[in-house]
Design a binder for this molecule. Structure first.
Ligand SMILES: NC(=O)c1ccc[n+]([C@@H]2O[C@H](COP(=O)([O-])OP(=O)(O)OC[C@H]3O[C@@H](n4cnc5c(N)ncnc54)[C@H](O)[C@@H]3O)[C@@H](O)[C@H]2O)c1
Length: 252
């Protein structure tokens, strides 16, 4: 039985807490939130002791897995504290984004780097919730690419609403690896809707594009990833399992 402590009494935290708690091999044994009302919510939900700080939680609870479901703007200090206390950690994506998940900057990577280094040296388990990797249609697309069913990959075309931004980037990197270069058109300081058009190229010659927008939303699936190979092309769309794989070169 894995003893878990949940840090967050907010919606996303409660959801993760419930999922772990409903697993036959895991149990939420304590909760923590600096907000007294949300701490009460979490205590009632799991019927376990609650603490208003991570210091107090660590001093009073021997849970081996910490569910750190706090925002990317304030995740790194508690993550480092938990790792240095020898606790395994599960957290949300993206790991660090001081200006929010839609605007992850080079500076954020620098802030996250010591935490990653400390985790690697610790031998502890650390997970980031890229849950789209477990959706059947995205899994299928990934497997079709890496198991060669699409043939030699020539092109990637993706699009996402910004609420799915971290996930669409993760999907591309997961199946394709790091591109050699990326360039972007768009103004991230534009008020209201953002529009971004990204082009990229991989070392093996594969070219790709990714469009981001928060005006083009759920009506046409909040994200799509299409990968074109010389044998087949395939596309995974949205959050409801849409997947299609077709033979390449079907022009009559
Ligand atoms: N994977 C997905 O599909 C998906 C979907 C939605 C949201 N998310 C992610 O989930 C995360 C949700 O974060 P949020 O906005 O609810 O977090 P948040 O920062 O608002 O924190 C959640 C709760 O934890 C408490 N808290 C924060 N830091 C604390 C600390 N050091 N000590 C004690 N309590 C602390 C806060 O009081 C708050 O009630 C985001 O990163 C978001 O990107 C992921």
């Amino acid at each position: 039985m894995v003893k878990c402590a949940l840090i967050s009494g907010k919606g996303m935290g409660i959801m993760h807490g419930r999922n772990f708690n409903n697993h036959p091999d895991a149990k939420v044994v304590a909760v923590c939130d600096m907000d007294p009302n949300l701490l009460e919510t979490a205590k009632k939900e799991f019927n376990v002791p609650g603490y208003s700080s991570i210091d107090e939680l660590l001093a009073n609870c021997d849970a081996e897995l910490m569910l750190l479901i706090v925002n990317e703007t304030r995740r790194i200090p508690p993550l480092r504290q938990l790792i240095s206390a020898g606790r395994n950690v599960f957290t949300e994506k993206p790991l660090c984004g001081l200006e929010g998940q839609y605007r992850v900057r080079e500076e954020d990577a620098k802030i996250a780097a010591p935490a990653i280094k400390e985790w690697r040296a610790s031998g502890l388990k650390f997970g980031i919730d890229y849950n789209y990797r477990f959706m059947t249609h995205f899994k299928k697309l990934h497997e079709d690419v890496v198991e060669g069913r699409l043939g030699k990959i020539c092109m990637v075309r993706a699009r996402a609403h910004f609420n799915c931004w971290s996930h669409v980037i993760d999907q591309i990197l997961w199946s394709m690896g790091l591109p050699e270069w990326v360039r972007v058109l768009g103004n991230p300081n534009e008020p209201g809707g953002w529009q971004r058009m990204i082009q990229m190229k991989w070392a093996n010659g594969t070219i790709g594009s990714l469009d981001g927008s928060n005006t083009w939303g759920f009506d046409e699936h909040p994200l799509r990833v299409k990968i074109v190979g010389d044998k087949c092309h395939a596309e995974a769309r949205g959050l409801d399992g849409w997947y299609r794989r077709c033979k390449s070169n079907t022009w009559p």
